[in-house]
Design a protein around this ligand. Structure first.
Ligand SMILES: O=C(O)c1cc(=O)[nH]c(=O)n1[C@@H]1O[C@H](COP(=O)(O)O)[C@@H](O)[C@H]1O
Length: 235
């Protein structure tokens, strides 16, 4: 499978495989990776992963596992056995859950990257208070990122607004996968902690997850090319 140096991950949030393939067949696996999330996976299952691999794309399986250690380690192992490039869990599942998952991949010699969601990019400081979190999003993300790093994972999902802080406390190599990416002209929708692609890369994000700004654009390929141009990536 050809690997790509592009930081771009296109979120295939579609209700069926057919429209996802329509987009993917216009994309180039040397220019981006793709993300399969809860909606597409629940409707169409593991064949979605195989369809992307057949087309040469590396896959981020975004199912955000959050359960007891034994269950999550088994789910992470199952994802890795399907050959995905990256899989995620919720850092709120705690140290033992994350350690068990990372250890399972190591024992099996599986190279799938394992990352943890810190604070969802749709959440605000007020919403964190509602669920009993003391402190703002930035300090909660930092706390969970350090826990994730100490549990032996490869990185986190966070908003780009936290990338600069995490670069300082967790280093350049620790993956900072950032959704909530919005070109200046795009609507935020349900996202709250958003940033433009250029600002996110400058802040230290290692990967940008981009969904509706491309998939819902009048011409997705024009929208993607514009993002690549803004980042100085060869189109
Ligand atoms: O883990 C994720 O990918 C994720 C974490 C997070 O905190 N926020 C977030 O938006 N995501 C995902 O990233 C994608 C963002 O999509 P857009 O808002 O359309 O760009 C969706 O597929 C979300 O499920």
């Amino acid at each position: 499978m050809p690997s790509t140096n592009s930081p771009l991950i296109i979120a295939l949030d579609y209700p069926a495989l057919a429209p996802a393939l329509t987009l993917v067949d216009a994309l180039d696996p040397r220019r981006c990776r793709v993300k399969i999330g809860k909606e597409l996976f629940t409707r169409e299952g593991p064949r979605t992963i195989d369809a992307m691999h057949e087309r040469g794309f590396e896959v981020f399986l975004d199912l955000k596992f959050h359960d007891i250690p034994n269950t999550v380690a088994g789910a992470v192992e199952a994802a890795a056995d399907r050959g995905v490039w990256m899989v995620n869990v919720h850092a709120a599942g705690g140290r033992r859950m994350m350690e068990a998952s990372a250890e399972r991949l190591r024992q099996r010699g599986l190279e799938t990257r394992l990352i943890a969601v810190t604070v969802l990019t749709s959440m605000t400081d007020d919403e964190l208070q509602d669920i009993g979190v003391v402190g703002d999003a930035l300090s909660q993300v930092e706390r969970l990122a350090l826990l994730t790093r100490d549990s032996g994972l490869d990185g986190v999902v966070c908003s780009a607004r936290e990338s600069a802080r995490l670069r300082e406390c967790c280093g350049e190599d620790f993956l900072k996968v950032t959704p909530g990416i919005r070109p200046a002209s795009a609507a935020a929708g349900d996202q709250r902690r958003v940033m433009t692609p250029e600002a996110a890369m400058a802040a230290g994000s290692t990967h940008l997850v981009i969904g509706r700004a491309v998939t819902q654009a009048p011409d997705p390929m024009v929208a993607l090319a514009e993002i690549e141009r803004s980042l100085g990536l060869a189109g």
